[in-house]
Design a protein around this ligand. Structure first.
Ligand code: GLN
Length: 241
């Protein structure tokens, strides 16, 4: 196993961090510790230099104007693109997902340029998507995630996938990308509409990211804990009837 701590970078949580998305970084750090792995977390505020040699980069969702500001700063920096070229993984939620693509709508509905790290582009949904989202993972891109993905979505964007990406999952409830698919993956770059926080509700995804960082598959620890919690809740629900 890797000797040095796993380096996790939280990108612009003050701009991109709606609906508890900051919990993704906490989940990575917690799950790493359950595996006996040390993790260093670096939180990047606008104006700070983003390192290009970390293992995992995490971005949350945000309002349209904050999203444009984050995209412009990231494009000017170039660090995320360099990091991905070096093999880093990225988990980006909602606005973060959209800005990884070629373009996305700004607050006036005009196309704003993204980073082009995912072969997707985003325009407007006919009606804003708000509510619970559940989707069945597609094994092509993320072989280790076998459980239904769940989360909360709140976005006006419809994301269209190009040939260079695979959807993460097929929507069973909710909207996701808007065409029956949810999220996108290419290599180790993952975009998704799942707030939740995503990695708390879908810990197998966290274990995938950590496994990539150490270059070794991690046998899921958290799955048991989640199962236990579900049984506990079911038990108390039955008792309170
Ligand atoms: N501003 C984007 C949209 O509405 C992203 C929203 C979000 O991140 N929750 O599509």
């Amino acid at each position: 196993m890797k000797e040095r701590p796993i380096r996790i970078v939280s990108i612009y949580p003050t701009l991109l961090g709606t609906y508890g998305d900051g919990g993704n970084v906490a989940a990575l750090s917690h799950i790493a510790s359950l595996h006996g792995l040390a993790a260093d977390i670096l939180t990047i505020s606008p104006g700070m230099v983003i390192p290009d040699d970390a293992d995992i980069y995490v971005m949350g969702g945000g309002e349209d104007t904050a999203q444009v500001a984050a995209a412009n700063a990231l494009r000017a920096s170039g660090a995320l693109t360099r990091a991905v070229d070096k093999g880093a993984s990225v988990l980006a939620i909602c606005a973060g997902y959209q800005l990884l693509g070629h373009e996305f709508p700004d607050a006036d509905g005009n196309a704003a340029p993204g980073l082009g790290l995912l072969d997707v582009f985003t325009d407007r949904l006919p009606k804003r998507a708000v509510g619970e989202l559940a989707a069945e993972p597609i094994r092509a891109g993320l072989t280790s995630v076998t459980q239904m993905l769940t989360g909360y979505e709140n976005h006006g964007g419809a994301t269209h996938l190009g040939a260079g990406v695979t959807p993460l999952a097929l929507v069973t409830s909710g909207v996701g990308n808007g065409d029956g698919t949810e999220g996108a993956i290419t290599g180790r770059v993952i975009g998704t509409y799942l707030h939740g926080p995503c990695l708390v509700r879908n810990p197998l995804l966290a274990e995938t990211l950590l496994g990539w960082a150490i270059g070794q598959h991690l046998d899921p620890i958290v799955e048991d804990a989640v199962e236990e919690l579900r049984r506990e809740r079911l038990g108390s629900a039955t008792m309170s009837k």
